[in-house]
Design a protein around this ligand. Structure first.
Ligand SMILES: Nc1nc2c(ncn2[C@@H]2O[C@H](COP(=O)(O)OP(=O)(O)O)[C@@H](O)[C@H]2O)c(=O)[nH]1
Ligand SMILES: [Mg+2]
Length: 317
């Protein structure tokens, strides 16, 4: 493990790939890994890209890579899409361009597998971001499909969040999930070659205009990702948002909030796993379930009994 970490810090791609597999599989050695790399993280800027399947996220990422690479930054890409597992590791629509990127040493692309729960997936994604951060990436792009809680979780890890929409053919922007509108730092209306784009852009702007007193007003950018139109605007808007976060102190605040959440989650995870480990050694839980089902016991006092049986917590009352 120590050696793998050293290789990662030296910039060895295979070490990066193996370590991401380790967090993806929820390997028991992963905490050792995360501990070892933590001092080397905190450098990467994380951009989340979310939106419905087929909105054009992967095509946008592909084009963005070209624009960002031109500035000499090194980039990691993590694609999280439980709705379309990739059979051969290819994640972007255009296989040819994708292979071009794959040859670029400064770009590292990885798709996260769907195994386990969505919660597990968002956790593994966060950990993979840490690996790429320690690996020395300046920027990590995370593509997530907009399916619910998981993408909101992942977005909490991103410094800048891009929400990708398409011209709402008949559908109104107002029908969008409220949560999605709240998380956007930047709106992209992709497929601007299709009819209805002006209306969609106007509707989003109108919704944004209704919110006063916000520290950051998201831009709304029409793009045609298959032709590379509007991509430079996305990149300059990401940079503006970053500048805003840095100069206003909001980046530092957000990162502190993340640390707090991380520590809390870690404590809860440890308590839970150690608790059940200990309890399962002492009790035959199946029997307790049966008794509760037969109303010979109740879940409330049983929970207290289990807790008291461990030397975890001292009872305060
Ligand atoms: N007409 C049009 N089609 C696009 C555009 N961008 C992407 N597509 C197509 O939309 C489909 C889904 O794109 P993809 O990037 O895989 O979407 P994702 O599921 O959001 O990652 C593909 O067939 C793309 O070729 C665009 O700007 N205009
Ligand atoms: Mg995609």
């Amino acid at each position: 493990m120590q050696q793998l970490v050293e290789e990662l810090l030296k910039g060895n791609r295979r070490a990066a790939a193996r370590l991401i597999t380790l967090v993806e599989n929820d390997d028991r050695r992963k905490f050792e890994l995360l501990q070892a790399i933590y001092p080397h993280t905190g450098h990467a800027y994380v951009v989340g890209i979310t939106g419905a399947p087929g909105a054009g996220k992967s095509s946008l990422v592909d084009r963005l890579l070209q624009v960002i690479r031109a500035e000499g930054l090194s980039i990691g890409v993590i694609a999280v899409d439980p709705t379309s597992p990739f059979s051969d590791g290819a994640i972007l629509g255009d296989r040819i361009r994708m292979q071009d990127h794959a040859l670029d040493r400064e770009i590292f692309i990885r798709s996260m597998a769907t195994r386990g729960s969505l919660g597990g997936l968002s956790r593994a994604t966060k950990e993979a971001i840490q690996v790429l951060d320690a690996f020395g990436k300046d920027l990590v792009l995370v593509e997530t499909v907009g399916v619910g809680q998981s993408e909101v979780d992942i977005v909490k890890t991103a410094d800048t969040t891009i929400v990708v929409l398409t011209p709402a053919g008949g559908d109104s922007v107002q029908t969008l999930k409220a949560g999605i509108m709240e998380i956007a730092d930047l709106f992209v209306v992709n497929k601007a070659d299709l009819p209805g784009v002006d209306r969609t852009v106007t509707e989003i702007n109108m919704m944004l205009d209704m919110k006063n007193d916000v520290p950051w007003r998201p831009a709304v950018i029409p793009t045609v990702s298959i032709r590379g139109e509007g991509i430079e605007k996305i990149w300059s808007s990401i940079k503006e948002h970053r500048h805003h976060l840095e100069t206003s102190g909001r980046l530092a605040e957000a990162r502190l909030r993340r640390v707090k959440r991380e520590l809390t989650e870690q404590v809860e995870y440890l308590v839970k796993s150690r608790f059940w480990e200990e309890v399962k050694e002492k009790f035959f839980l199946g029997e307790i379930f049966e008794k509760i089902a037969r109303r010979e016991k109740d879940p409330y006092s049983s929970a207290c009994e289990l807790l008291d049986s461990t030397n975890f917590f001292e009872r305060k009352s």
